[in-house]
Ligand binder design. Structure first.
Ligand code: FES
Ligand code: FES
Length: 202
């Protein structure tokens, strides 16, 4: 199969790349577009380090062929801040010590931004479920959880805060990302074994 030209937007800018249709989005972002904020962890769709938003949906770029991006709108970690002003989730990660080596951080932040957009009044369990597809081997997860919880609380209007507090006291069904049942992933978030990625941040 020969190379193809694929056009899409990245962080609001139109781009057009020539690549093998099955080339990984992760490689095109890092090697052709020099957007190295997107990290490779496991390379197998399990850790979420390579996650970006595609038309607002969280997608693992290590498993996504570039052909699927035709006509889409991507947001990478480079597009989360508003110029020099960090996103509230980024500010919260700094304030709560939610990043250490940094490998998981771009994917975690994009997962949190996605959660904030879909569920601005997410309960604690919904936050855990929303982040359960992203692995971190450094922080022990609680600092990340605290950061996301803080960012959502800052953004939620008072009425949503009230419903969040009452919802937190009720048993409920959860839905989430990345395919696995939310009930399993929410449990994994606090007690997850180390991820497969071994390399340093690149
Ligand atoms: S590098 Fe893509 S999910 Fe781990
Ligand atoms: S900070 Fe999460 S893997 Fe290092």
């Amino acid at each position: 199969m020969s190379d193809a030209r694929i056009s899409f937007t990245v962080n609001g800018e139109a781009v057009s790349v020539e690549a093998h249709p099955m080339a990984r989005v992760l490689d095109v972002l890092r090697q052709q577009l020099h957007l190295t904020g997107t990290k490779e962890g496991c390379g197998e769709g399990e850790c979420g380090a390579c996650a970006v938003l595609v038309d607002g949906e969280l997608v693992n770029t290590c498993l996504t062929p570039i052909l699927q991006l035709e006509g889409t709108a991507l947001t990478t970690i480079e597009g989360v801040a508003d110029g020099a002003r960090l996103h509230a989730v980024q500010e919260a990660f700094i304030a709560h010590g939610g990043a250490q080596c940094g490998i998981c951080t771009p994917g975690m932040i994009l997962a949190a931004v996605s959660l904030q957009q879909r569920h601005p009044a997410a309960t604690d369990d919904e936050i855990k479920a929303g982040l359960a597809g992203n692995l971190c081997r450094c922080t022990g997860y609680m600092k990340i959880f605290d950061a996301v919880r803080h960012a959502l609380a800052q953004a939620a209007p008072p009425s949503e805060m009230r419903s969040r507090m009452s919802a937190a006291n009720e048993p409920r069904e959860r839905s989430g990302d990345h395919g696995a049942p939310a009930s399993e992933r929410a449990g994994e978030f606090e007690g997850r074994s180390p991820s497969k990625h071994e390399g340093p941040a690149r």
